[in-house]
Write a protein that binds this ligand. Structure first.
Ligand SMILES: [Zn+2]
Length: 221
């Protein structure tokens, strides 16, 4: 999934013979960018060596900070971005409810801060909200059933065709989320599968809304 669009990730960035870890996307406009350095700031005490890069996005021209911990033995350099990553301008996410947007954005920021457990469950909950919103658009008469069904029942009953596109592994992850997660070392793959599924349904929702619009325009004539 997401062949033409790169996923949000941490990436290496060289500046002034120093290697930093930054985000591959602008936290304001979400575009894949190679930002420009405006300035660097440095804070140090006996324990920490914190660098703040002040960066500007070449696309939206807005600036932001990325903080890194550059102690020699620090295995995780990235501390945070200011502002935190947001989806305010993402067209696909704009189609969704505030409830989904909050869950999805908080999960992404939790993952960026290495709170992977919370992120994992957040993504699953975000997926549930998203697939229920889509199911209600397609089957408004079944709104009560949809709202009271669990994630898997809803996927099987209302998104059977879509789910054929995914590996059995995804259903396993979703079906047994808690137990599965605790019994596997394969946490990263499981988390990526859930994120791919969210991406897929965001694209699907956009197509669905476009089709609805086209159908409404043709009946108007
Ligand atoms: Zn930008």
């Amino acid at each position: 999934m997401q062949n033409n669009e790169k996923k949000l990730m941490k990436t290496q960035y060289e500046f002034d013979n120093q290697e930093y870890i930054i985000l591959n996307k602008c936290p304001h406009c979400n575009l894949d960018i190679h930002p420009t350095v405006q300035n660097t700031y440095y804070f140090e005490n006996n324990t920490y060596k914190v660098y703040a890069l002040s960066l500007t996005c070449p696309s939206c021209k807005r600036d932001y900070f990325i903080l890194n911990d550059l102690r020699d033995h620090s295995k995780e350099k990235f501390i945070m971005s200011i502002p935190k990553y947001s989806f305010n301008e993402n067209a696909l996410v704009k189609n969704t409810s505030k409830k989904f947007q909050n869950l999805y954005m908080q999960s992404i920021n939790a993952e960026l801060l290495d709170h992977e457990d919370i992120a994992f469950f957040g993504y699953i909950k975000a997926l549930e909200v998203l697939i229920k919103e889509i199911a209600i658009i397609e089957h408004p008469e079944a709104e009560d059933v949809i709202l009271f069904s669990n994630l898997n029942a809803c996927l099987e009953q209302f998104h059977a065709t879509n789910m054929h596109l995914f590996s059995k592994k995804l259903l396993e992850v979703l079906k047994n989320d808690y137990l599965y997660y605790h019994n596997t070392e394969d946490f990263h793959t499981s988390s990526e599968l859930v994120k791919d599924c969210i991406d897929y349904f965001l694209h699907y929702l956009e197509l669905l809304l476009k089709t609805f619009k086209l159908n409404n325009t043709s009946t108007d004539k």
